[in-house]
Design a protein around this ligand. Structure first.
Ligand SMILES: Cc1cc2nc3c(=O)[nH]c(=O)nc-3n(C[C@H](O)[C@H](O)[C@H](O)COP(=O)(O)OP(=O)(O)OC[C@H]3O[C@@H](n4cnc5c(N)ncnc54)[C@H](O)[C@@H]3O)c2cc1C
Length: 400
């Protein structure tokens, strides 16, 4: 805390936002643009890299496709928000400070915690040492290099969730010389309606992906994965896409977290233990009427915007409003030439309506490309970022 603040004469409210992913950038731009004319609010965004990581496209990076260079400092130009590049190593929730790269210390009055989440590489022995991930852009690039040098052999993708499906399809399409095996507990597209699921499965078959569902990987070894029951599957490369792991910083700071380490929030997205901390995106455990939200970009961006609007309300002496969000779609790419889009009820259960083929490809690409122009619009007109489905009766939380 600054000496000025300790002396009680601070006039500037310092908001520090940790993580410039989909949720953190939404919070930073929305907030900075709403308080631009006020000299009493200072917004600082901290992120490990200056380049924005398009996580929705990391399976493309993993197959050697070049993505646009999206610069976070350039996006923030004109908003008044400051950018600090660095790795957050600690949060001191009592002193209200953040430590960056072990050297810099940033004081805050309000913290927005948006550090995201990654696949869980600690849950199964051998994953840390012998499997590749899509946890960062660098991880995806390392995998791309390995795949391009293989020349033949088997790639085992573990995890039949949507990241596993998109990755298996992309690798099979880009590397027809490789056998691609998709292993997972559930059937690919298990949460889709039967027709959409069947379409997804036929696309994987067409691409030559061998699907094995109902299996659990219990160990990863050099050159093989071991299944529950003792069977081994040969693998020249293993890509791990399962589970969720979040930064340990929130738990270490004494914030109340759930069993996955996500910050437990109240209805307005403030930490239940530290109300001066907002938690958004994949790093937060946010309860809606249908249950705790699962990590997506479609839900993450609204959480960031809502936190920003709530901070502005609090600065004006008003109470923040409850956050409500209902899912509306699950777009899944199946390589570059095919896709399936499942429309959903607000609780993420499938509707009958779905899209396939070229129209689904266009839909998916439009959605994937939309965050950057959305933030550009938000800079000119902050209110344009505040539209998302509230979920109606599905998102009403009943008090116990
Ligand atoms: C291959 C793939 C495909 C996906 N497809 C979809 C999809 O189609 N639709 C969808 O809705 N979701 C999809 N997702 C999920 C989606 O990417 C996440 O839900 C979303 O990125 C969450 O946003 P976030 O802002 O919470 O976190 P992130 O986007 O992960 O951002 C977190 C940021 O914090 C930074 N950070 C983390 N720790 C630190 C630290 N200690 N110090 C400094 N910086 C730090 C990270 O570098 C990152 O920039 C996909 C994910 C993957 C991997």
């Amino acid at each position: 805390m600054s000496a000025q603040h300790e002396a009680g004469v601070a006039t500037t409210h310092r908001v520090v936002i940790l993580g410039a992913g989909y949720a953190g950038l939404s919070a930073a731009i929305q907030l900075a643009c709403r308080v631009k004319r006020s000299e009493k609010v200072q917004v600082t965004l901290v992120n490990a890299q200056e380049r924005f990581t398009e996580r929705l496209r990391l399976h493309m990076t993993a197959t050697g496709q070049r993505l646009a260079e999206l610069s976070i400092p350039e996006l923030l130009e004109g908003t008044g928000a400051r950018f600090e590049r660095g790795w957050v190593t600690a949060v001191d929730a009592d002193a209200k400070t953040v430590r960056i790269d072990d050297e810099r210390v940033l004081p805050y009055d309000t913290l927005v915690y948006a550090l995201g989440g990654v696949a869980d590489t600690a849950a199964v022995p051998g994953v840390e040492d012998h499997a590749y991930t899509l946890n960062t852009a660098q991880d995806a690039e390392v995998l791309a290099g390995r795949l391009s040098r293989l020349g033949g052999g088997t790639v085992v993708v573990v995890g039949s969730g949507l990241t596993g499906v998109e990755s298996a399809a992309e690798i099979a399409e880009r590397h027809p010389e490789l056998n691609v095996v998709l292993l997972g507990r559930s059937e690919p597209g298990a949460a889709m309606n039967p027709k959409a699921r069947a379409y997804l499965r036929s696309a994987l078959d067409r691409l030559g992906v061998q699907v094995r569902s109902g299996v659990a990987v219990v160990k990863v070894l050099p050159g093989t994965v071991e299944l529950a029951g003792g069977e081994s599957v040969a693998a020249d490369v293993v890509l791990w896409t399962c589970g969720t792991r979040v930064s340990p910083l929130a738990a270490a700071a004494g914030l109340t977290v759930d069993e996955h380490g996500r910050v437990v929030t109240d209805a307005t997205l403030r930490s239940v233990s530290h109300p001066e901390v907002y938690a958004v995106g994949d790093a937060a455990a946010i309860r809606q009427g249908y249950g705790v939200m699962h990590g997506t970009c479609q839900g993450g961006m609204p959480t960031g915007v809502h936190a920003a609007v709530s901070i502005v309300r609090e600065l004006k002496g008003k109470r923040p409003k409850p956050f409500r969000f209902g899912y509306y779609h699950t777009p899944v790419s199946l390589g570059r030439n095919d896709a399936v889009v499942q429309f959903t009820h607000p609780d993420d259960s499938p509707r009958r309506l779905h899209l396939t083929g070229r129209v689904a490809v266009r839909y998916k690409e439009t959605v994937t490309a939309s965050p950057w122009p959305t933030w550009g619009r938000m800079k000119k007109m902050p209110a344009s970022g505040a539209f998302w489905p509230r979920g109606g009766r599905f998102t009403r939380v009943r008090e116990a």
